[in-house]
Every structure is written in structure tokens, then in C-alpha cells.
Design a protein around this ligand. Structure first.
Ligand code: 6GU
Length: 228
């Protein structure tokens, strides 16, 4: 998968993909992340990318021309499956969306800043608008990093234990069960006996019960959509 990210703060997007699983995805050739500094593509002087909004009001708006120039250039080079705009008024990002996006080949992600981007870019270029939750960030970069991480780890071949994503919280509609490691007795706090019994079927049943219990306690609304 190739992801092109359009930003006015490219520095914010260097570190998130340079470690751990995102690093592995890239070194295995399964994921390419290209960040583009919008200021390098503006026709206006001194790297201007934003301007006052028509009709008045506080806050700058990202101008259509620099975005259109860069988007046209990218779209000439290859076909993109989606042009995603990160915005607090987008569709709430969930595992289901990450799953769908993880099988795409080419994605563009536009990070909004200030009051956002000119509406005409949303109308004529953007195919999907995503928010990562009901709170406001100062820019779309951190949200884009969240989305790329959630998608990137799902690309087949990225996780070492191919099955492990199947047991993530949310992947089966439930929160994940508790996990334990050595020692079996830590300060007198003991690991549940059943995990030491050596019977994988019994352990599966226990984990499923714990997942249901935890979901019922913390996120009961998830159980409404859950199929046994
Ligand atoms: Cl995608 N952008 C911004 N600026 N704030 C957000 C967001 C996105 N998602 C939640 N809050």
C-alpha cells in the first residue's frame, strides 16, 4: 500500500512511522508513506497556503489552489482508491473502516489546519472524510498518524503472528480479555488458574467469557451489534 499525506507540518509525521510495526511494514515493502509539504506546491509567494475566509470571521482557511495543484500531480502519477480528508466533522473512525482501508492500494490523506480547507476541494476531490473522535485537535496530522497506524498493521504480512489482529479489541466486536505473563505469582497476585491448565479449548472459552464480561461492563452498547 502507498499512502501520500498532504500537510503543512511534515515534521509531525516523521516519527510516528519510524518505529516498531510501522517501521517493519515499510522495511518489508508492504507500506510506503510519502509526506508532501503543501508549501512546496503553492503558486503564491512566500509559501502562502491559507487566507482569510470570505464573509468574515476569525481563522484562516486553506486555499484551494495549492491543494488542487498537488492533488492533480499525484493523480496523474497513479490511480488513488480514496482521497481522505481528516476533519472533526468527518465520519468517526472505527475498526471497521480500518479493515476496509487496509486492502486498498493507494490512498491520499489531506491534513486540515486552521479553520480547514476550502469547501470546493471537499466537493471535487475528497472521497472520504474521517474524524478520530469528538474533540478538536489543532491539526489533522496526529489524526492521520492514528489512521495510518491502524490501517498499516492490518496489511497482510505486517504482523508477525498473522492471527493476532483477529484477537484485537473490536475486531470481533468485543473488547479484548485480560492478559498475563510471568511470574505466575507476583507479590501474591496470582494469574487465573485456568490459564495454566494447558487445555486450549478451556482457555478459549474462558477468554471469550472474560471478553463478554469486560464489554458488558465498559461498553455495553457494543453488545447490541455483536453476533455470537
Ligand atoms: Cl481528523 N482533525 C482535527 N483537527 N481534529 C480532530 C480530528 C481531525 N478528529 C478528531 N478531532
Amino acid at each position: 500500500m502507498r499512502i501520500d499525506i498532504i500537510t503543512v507540518v511534515p515534521d509531525l509525521l516523521t516519527s510516528p512511522f519510524s518505529h516498531s510495526i510501522m517501521k517493519r511494514a515499510q522495511s518489508r515493502g508492504l507500506l510506503e508513506v510519502h509526506t508532501h509539504n503543501l508549501r512546496d506546491h503553492t503558486p503564491y509567494k512566500q509559501g502562502q497556503v491559507d487566507d482569510y475566509q470570505f464573509g468574515g470571521g476569525a481563522g484562516m482557511v486553506m486555499m484551494p489552489e495549492p491543494l488542487a495543484i498537488l492533488l492533480d500531480k499525484l493523480k496523474e502519477e497513479r490511480n488513488y482508491d480514496e482521497v481522505i480528508y481528516m476533519t472533526p466533522d468527518g465520519e468517526r473512525f472505527e475498526q471497521k473502516i480500518a479493515n476496509r482501508l487496509s486492502i486498498k492500494e493507494n490512498l491520499i490523506i489531506i491534513c486540515g489546519h486552521y479553520k480547514g480547507i476550502d469547501e470546493r476541494i471537499r466537493e471535487h476531490y475528497v472521497t472520504k472524510e474521517i474524524s478520530i473522535g469528538d474533540y478538536v485537535l489543532s491539526g489533522g496530522e496526529l489524526a492521520a498518524a492514528v489512521v495510518v497506524d491502524a490501517i498499516g498493521r492490518l496489511i497482510p504480512g505486517v504482523l508477525n503472528d498473522e492471527t493476532s489482529a483477529l484477537f484485537d479489541s473490536f475486531q470481533d466486536g468485543l473488547l479484548a480479555p485480560p492478559v498475563y505473563t510471568r511470574p505466575a505469582d507476583f507479590r501474591g497476585w496470582k494469574v487465573p488458574e485456568i490459564l495454566l491448565c494447558g487445555d486450549p479449548k478451556k482457555i478459549d472459552v474462558w477468554r471469550h467469557e472474560e471478553a463478554l464480561k469486560r464489554t458488558a461492563e465498559r461498553r455495553p452498547e457494543l453488545l447490541e451489534d455483536h453476533e455470537e
